[in-house]
Each structure stands twice: as C-alpha cells, then as structure tokens.
Design a protein around this ligand. Structure first.
Ligand SMILES: [Zn+2]
Length: 400
C-alpha cells in the first residue's frame, strides 16, 4: 500500500527548512521519499496543494479515560478534581467504560491531528480494565503509549513491554515527589528492567527529590516529568543535562492555577519541553491551544518575538522523543513511520500560521502508520457523534 501526498507545503519537523510544493511518499506504513514531483504510481494520491503537510501531533500527557467527562470541571480546583474525578468517577469505571473511553479519546485525538499519545492511564486498576483499554485502542487506530499505573501485576507490565506496534507500554507512577522515595526508586528500576518509559507528575522546586536522584545517577531520558511549574533554573539545567523529558500542559496548568508553564525555564537551560493536553474536564482535546498558550507565555516571558513555528517542534519531534517514540515518529523523515497530517485554511501555508491561526477544524487528512484515518475533514473508521453520545451516557452514570 503506497500513498503519495502531492504538492503540499511540507514541514519536515526535523530541523530542516519548510519545503513548498513538495511530495511525500509512504509505502508499507513508512515514509520512503520526500521531494518535488516524485515519479511514483502510488495506490492512493492525495492532492495537498495549498495545504500544510507535517508530522502528526504528539500529546505527551493525556488522561485519555476522561474523554467522556469533557468540560465537567470548568471551576474545579485540584482538590475538587482529585475527589470527584480521580475519586468518585474512577471508582465507578467498569472495564467496558474504560474501553469506550479509550476509543472515544483515540477518535477525538485523531480528529484533531494528534497521532501519538502517552495515555496516563489511571483506569488500569485491574487486569480486566487493562485488557479493556488495550481492546479500545486496538479499534482506535491511534499510536499510543499506554502508561500503566502502579501497583501492577508484573505479568501485565511484561505483556505491555512486549508490544511494539501502534500500541506500546509505559509506566505511570506517583513518583518520588508526590509519593515515597523508596517506591519511586523501585518502580523506576522495574520500568528499566522491562524497557518501559516512565511518566510522573511533579512540580520541581527547591525541595524536589530530583537533585537527590541526580546524585544517585537515577535520572535519564526514559523519565518524563509532567508540569514542573516550580522548577528552578538550576534544576532545569540538571534535568536538561541528564536528558530528562519535561512535559508542560499550559492550558490546564493555568486554568487550575498550578502556575506558570515551565517551558521557558527549561528552554533557557537548553531543554525542549513536550506538550500535553492533560485532562479534558476543563480543556480542549487538541494541541492547537497548548501550542498557542506556549507561544504567548514565551513571548511575554522572554519579551522577544519567539518564532511561532518553533513551537511546532515541541508538539512533534520533542514530544515523540519524550515518550520513547523518537525513533518511530515525530518528524517527516525517510525511514520513520508515516504519521502525517494535512492542514487547510491558511492563505499562505507556514509553520507559524499553523501555531497561531489553526484549529482542529482545519485538520483535513490524517495518516497513522501509513493508514488514512481522516479524509476531507471526516474520520474514516469512527462515528464520532455516536461515540460522544455513548460517552455522555457514561459520564451521567458515573457522575450520578
Ligand atoms: Zn496529569
């Protein structure tokens, strides 16, 4: 199966320049050529004239199971959220609910041009729930790292560690800042034994455990620290030196009052933060708003015209690297898997235009692993309206 995306404004996302009126060829799920007027009799030809062709967006931190709860928590504080969502609603989630939520979340991600997600999967509380989440994703068509919560049965984690296709595994831990040092160290060691990336929420700051981890040689590129709103410049340098990934979720962080995004502090230290949506109880399910928030915060903070197009790399190549998928996706590079989006709506296609002016409504075509999952603005394999209706029923039942 080969697909030729014809004559688009190609943004490779690998640090190279934007390429006007250029073709991208995919064969067997892999990007095999990028160039002008590629002479190839592809099975499918997609005219991308006047549109942006770029890597699919990477959401490095989303609690996908909350997809049915969109907008229920506009004024929720963190304690409200912990009690209501992570308390009551999660306790009422049955395996079949976890399946539906994964499928709805996957469909919403694809619809908005997100082709890869790290799912911080609080719902993996029993083997049956984990099975249901994996089943939902098997029907989803999204590239996803399922971040299993702990404690977990080792057999479950070993199974995830053996998955290397569209679905792969990770560990979602409390971590040594919000949990205990000993648990954190033990869980990171377990993840390393199994080769799984590890994600944890953290604020950083003067009392954070990360300097101690640095001293103990425990920091590495397989760790993804989410939020880090209190991160100090010295801490940022230490984390950047150790190659640790930092993911910011600026929309939720501002809405819930966690604090200013750590994006700029990490950038000053030579680090490149990944972006996440986090939760849809009080934020949209797409990465356009986190990208725009990041640009606005950074221009205000640095008092410079930080280049808009630069933010695209945080939502693509840096995001992919931060969740262990850097070798597979995150840029239009020959040899990588074909996770590609085509965006319309710009008078003059450019990366900066994507960041400043587009919305999910401009996501025209989406390919994941060389398979067309959205075309002409519509999902090919999912009935989003029906999934949302089922999700609303789920929300009403679990909130009751
Ligand atoms: Zn989170």
């Amino acid at each position: 199966m080969s697909i030729l995306l014809r004559n688009g404004h190609v943004i490779p996302g690998d640090g190279g320049p934007e390429l006007p009126e250029t073709d991208v060829l995919t064969e067997g799920g892999v990007i095999t050529a990028i160039g002008k007027d590629l002479p190839h009799p592809a099975d499918t030809r997609i005219d991308a004239s006047g549109m942006v062709v770029m890597p699919g967006l990477v959401d490095a931190h989303r609690h996908v199971w909350q997809a049915p709860l969109r907008g229920i928590g506009a004024d929720m504080t963190l304690p409200d959220y912990l009690g209501m969502v992570l308390g009551r609603v999660l306790a009422a989630f049955r395996p079949e609910d976890a399946r539906l939520a994964a499928l709805l979340g996957a469909a919403e991600a694809l619809d908005s041009g997100v082709t890869s997600v790290f799912d911080w999967s609080n719902t993996t509380v029993t083997p049956e729930h984990t099975e249901a989440v994996l089943d939902g994703y098997a029907a989803g068509g999204l590239r996803v790292v399922v971040g299993h919560t702990v404690p977990a049965r080792k057999a479950n984690l070993q199974r995830l560690a053996g998955m290397d296709g569209l679905i792969s595994g990770g560990l979602a831990i409390l971590g040594p800042q919000y949990g205990s040092w000993n648990d954190g160290v033990r869980e990171i060691a377990l993840a390393r034994e199994l080769g799984l990336p590890v994600s944890m929420h953290a604020s950083g700051g003067p009392d954070s455990p990360f300097p101690r981890m640095y001293e103990a040689g425990l920091l590495g590129p397989d760790l993804n620290l989410v939020h880090m709103n209190a991160m100090t410049p010295a801490e940022a340098r230490m984390l950047a030196d150790a190659g640790v990934a930092v993911t910011v979720t600026p929309v939720v962080e501002a809405t819930m009052g966690h604090g200013t995004s750590a994006f700029g502090t990490f950038l000053d230290a030579g680090g490149h933060a990944a972006l996440g949506t986090d939760v849809v109880v009080n934020a949209p399910a797409d990465l356009f708003e986190p990208m725009r928030d990041t640009l606005r915060f950074e221009r205000m903070r640095s008092r410079t015209m930080y280049p808009a197009a630069q933010v695209l790399s945080n939502a693509t190549v840096h995001g992919a690297r931060s969740i262990g998928l850097g070798g597979k996706t995150g840029s239009l590079t020959v040899g990588k898997r074909a996770d590609i989006i085509v965006l319309d709506g710009l008078s003059q296609p450019s990366g900066g235009g994507v960041v400043t002016a587009l919305t999910p409504a401009n996501v025209h075509t989406v390919l994941v692993d060389g398979r067309v999952v959205k075309r002409h603005g519509h999902l090919v394999h999912h009935d989003l309206t029906a999934l949302r209706t089922a999700g609303i029923e789920l929300a009403h039942r679990t909130l009751a």
